[in-house]
Design a protein around this ligand. Structure first.
Ligand code: MG
Ligand code: MG
Length: 250
């Protein structure tokens, strides 16, 4: 599949889809408390999305059983919401969510502290977000896709963190996952050129320890093999003639 360039009308629909998702993330983030189950977070998020007249795009995606991926501590991504999984003080929890508005997808992720967390976890969350911003600096027409990957890699590596390689960012539009794939680790080639009208998801997944991950027997949950915490930060962005637009931030 070729990389799609969105028309002005499509860009308007993407903007709206992403703005609605930003509101869902903000409200969900504020609701995080010790004692909640990851199932409650999912149900709350699904209701918010449906109340906006939208559809959760993760629900039933390749059979995923939730609307929000809720990944706790060493879980990197794709944590399945569960009534048995209770958040406790000191945990970190990554919420990955997306929705469909008038046929257009949005996708973003945040890692939140549950109550008071360690300095090490605070640093991990902050640096993961910084990795996104380092990548975004290169998300400009005329640059190449892997300029973004290289910038993310340089920042995470400087802090001694492991960069997850098995999962990557992606294009987005009328499908949740479109071309191109956007690795978070350094590439030897520069990759496709960036043009105005591309909408892409930049989403560093950064481990406190080693980069290696494994899949749990539920076939979904990706965990850090060494059991150390992992963080995730993602926004849907638009490449323009000038500065990139971060569509999933209010
Ligand atoms: Mg994504
Ligand atoms: Mg996502």
């Amino acid at each position: 599949m070729a990389i799609t360039i969105k028309s002005p009308r499509e860009i308007e629909l993407m903007r709206e889809s992403c703005k609605l998702l930003a509101k869902v993330h903000d409200d969900l983030g504020k609701a995080i408390r010790p004692g909640m189950t990851t199932w409650e977070i999912d149900k709350m998020g699904e209701k918010m999305i449906r109340d906006l007249g939208c559809v959760p795009n993760f629900l039933n995606y390749n059979g995923f059983p939730g609307s929000i991926c809720v990944s706790v501590n060493e879980e990197v991504v794709h944590g399945i919401p569960s009534k048995r999984k209770v958040l406790k003080e000191g945990d970190i929890v990554s919420l990955d969510a997306g929705l469909i508005y008038k046929g257009y997808h949005s996708d973003s992720a945040r890692t939140h502290a549950v109550g008071k967390i360690s300095k090490e976890c605070e640093d991990l969350i902050r640096v993961t977000e910084e990795c996104f911003w380092e990548g975004v600096k290169y998300a400009r027409a005329g640059n190449h896709l892997y300029d973004i990957s290289n910038a993310i890699d340089a920042h995470a590596t400087k802090h001694g963190y492991g960069i997850v390689r098995e999962l990557v960012g992606h294009g987005i539009g009328t499908a949740l996952h479109e071309d191109p794939q956007i690795p978070n680790f350094a590439q030897t080639r520069r990759g496709p050129k960036l043009y105005p009208g591309m909408t892409i998801c930049i989403e560093p997944m950064i481990n406190m320890g080693r980069a290696d991950v494994e899949w749990l027997d539920d076939d979904w949950t990706v965990v850090a093999e060494d059991g150390l915490p992992s963080a995730h930060y993602e926004n849907t962005i638009l490449i323009t003639e000038g500065d990139p637009e971060i569509l999933t931030l209010l």
